[in-house]
Design a protein around this ligand. Sequence first.
Ligand SMILES: Nc1ncnc2c1ncn2[C@@H]1O[C@H](COP(=O)(O)OS(=O)(=O)O)[C@@H](OP(=O)(O)O)[C@H]1O
Length: 302
Amino acid sequence: MGWGNWRPRFNFGHLKVQSKVSVFLTMIIIVTYLFYCLTGYCESLPRPLYDQQSLRGKVHTVDGPVHLSQSHRAGAQWNISVLRELPLSNGLESLWQESEDATNQRPPGNRAQTMESSSSSNITVSNNFGTKEFPQAIIIGVKKGGTRALLEFLRIHPDVRAVGAEPHFFDRFYDKGLEWYRSLMPRTLEGQITMEKTPSYFVTWEAPRRVHAMSRHTRLIVVVRDPVTRAVSDYAQTLSKTPGLPSFQALAFKNGTASSSSSSSSSLRGVVDTSWSAVRIGVYAKHLEAWLATSRWGASCL
Ligand SMILES: Nc1ncnc2c1ncn2[C@@H]1O[C@H](COP(=O)(O)OS(=O)(=O)O)[C@@H](OP(=O)(O)O)[C@H]1O
């Protein structure tokens, strides 16, 4: 009887040890599962906009360091570490989405559709941060002066956000209204600057008054280039789109020649034709006067 009682007790004890081990293993599996679930969830949370912009800065900074102000240095280092974690594709796709809107000149309704489609395609970054503001600075010209290069250099800075394409609001699309114009702008956080560039503003006579009506505090940036080289660049672009265009000389001079032969019957020979747009744009002083005549800009034009 004694042995009989002892054996079952021994077996029960053995089973208890086994169940303890299995409970322990089950707990390890559950904890591991929970750990992976939680880390996976964190990965899918939207990143702050500032992180995303660091991607843009990183991608474009191929020639050397960007000189950030003291207040941005800590943030810049933090962004670099974030960069290693983020998949490039997601960040960049969403980052350029707003520029794409401007590129396609979409009205605000279509823009909303684009944002919806990005969320439905499981792009995890959010482009709802910040607000759309009118540009505080506009590169108004000159055409073929290197305006694209300047804008791209400026937008490397994380606090500069710019429309990718030329909005042409103050010359072509003014009748669409200011709200349409603002809808083209990228979202910005406090302290960030909104910019755009449309070189044809410089030679649009209504543009100074229109920009001033939007805000008299808007900073204007004009990049100038040797007017002859600029005209040649302008002509080359037109020629590439218009085969059969008359020669540069034929267009640049009245009567189509630079020669001022004394035997010529025409007194117009050798006179530059300022009515030709490639030349007219290069008469910088004339256009600049129109901008400077608008009160405040007399002092603050860059
Ligand atoms: N950093 C720098 N310095 C000087 N010149 C530069 C610079 N970057 C671009 N470029 C030249 O600028 C020309 C393009 O100017 P834009 O960007 O203003 O063209 S556009 O008006 O937007 O079409 C174009 O000139 P061309 O090559 O003669 O056509 C560019 O080569």
